[in-house]
Design a protein around this ligand. Structure first.
Ligand code: ADP
Length: 274
């Protein structure tokens, strides 16, 4: 797979818009998440509304504590919102029981984490086939070989993770995320543990998964260079979507990020002075 950046989609079709086929890959309406009760209540998400079209690549940025992790957890069915609706490929997650959510996550979602999260005792091929096994389906070795080839590791199926470089391990994790042809791939700081060259390779593969395989990717990152590979960047601040810009230009993304962080720091300083 090449590392070419693909044609970007119109950022105007990002938050709030409806995709042409009527079913967004990810749709959140009025999503709120509170932790705790009474005066100690933390409002981690204060009403998120968005619809992400299939085949789009969205980056989510924001200062620390702005709600990025909570957003990802609610969108991926790992946490339940206090209020609101989360739909993945048209399925309302908030109505599912815990075991139904687990099945949905295993069969229709892919996950890529900063720490790769591969099982060291399994081969690369076994790691890639793990979601299939956990879903109770017959492991399809040909499918494993196909996705490993897509991430450039067609000859590494019999290796153990420890025999691979960090970038290669993250590519295995990406192959594992793609093996079930999921509705959405959620990536949480997928390049946080990689040097910039290796990070670009992994981001190029995520980009290719969107452009060539029609995957939908939602990626939390603090890195404007990583976010620039996306079609559009959503900025969270204080649990709400504060801004949205097209991907492509790391400088512009960094400037928006700085503005948000400075706004928060100024507010904190003002608050401290009172
Ligand atoms: P980010 O990922 O942008 O750093 P988080 O989603 O982790 O932000 O957190 C958003 C807010 O919710 C923060 O104020 C955080 O302290 C709070 N928060 C997150 N998880 C919990 C929890 N389990 N209990 C209480 N507060 C939490």
């Amino acid at each position: 797979m090449g590392l070419r950046r693909g044609k970007r989609r119109d950022p105007g079709t990002a938050p709030g818009a409806s995709p042409a086929d009527g079913t967004a890959a990810v749709e959140l309406r009025g999503v709120r998440r509170r932790y705790g009760k009474g005066s100690g209540t933390v409002h981690a998400l204060r009403g998120i509304d968005l619809a992400l079209p299939r085949g789009s690549f969205t980056a989510v940025m924001g200062p620390s504590g702005s709600g990025k992790s909570t957003f990802l957890q609610c969108a991926a069915g790992l946490d339940r919102p206090t209020e609101g609706s989360v739909r993945l490929g048209g399925t309302e997650l908030t109505e599912l029981k815990e075991n139904q959510l687990t099945v949905l996550r295993r069969t229709r979602l892919g996950f890529v984490f900063q720490a790769f999260n591969l099982l060291p005792s399994l081969t690369v091929e076994e790691n890639v086939l793990l979601p299939t096994r956990l879903a109770g389906d017959r492991p399809d070795r040909r499918r494993a070989a196909e996705v490993l080839t897509q991430v450039g590791l067609g000859d590494k199926g019999h290796r153990r993770p420890a025999e691979l470089s960090g970038g290669q391990q993250q590519r295995v994790a990406l192959a594992r995320a793609l093996v079930t042809r999921p509705d959405v791939v959620f990536a949480d700081e997928p390049t946080g543990a990689l040097d910039s060259t290796t990070a670009a390779e992994v981001l190029g593969l995520l980009r290719s998964a969107v452009d060539r395989l029609g995957a939908t990717v939602v990626m939390v990152t603090h890195d404007p260079v990583a976010a620039a590979w996306s079609d559009h960047v959503l900025f969270l601040a204080d649990g709400a979507i504060a801004d949205s810009v097209p991907g492509g230009d790391p400088g512009r993304i960094a400037a928006r990020m700085r503005a948000l962080t400075e706004r928060r720091d100024t507010r904190d300083l003002t608050g401290a002075a009172l």
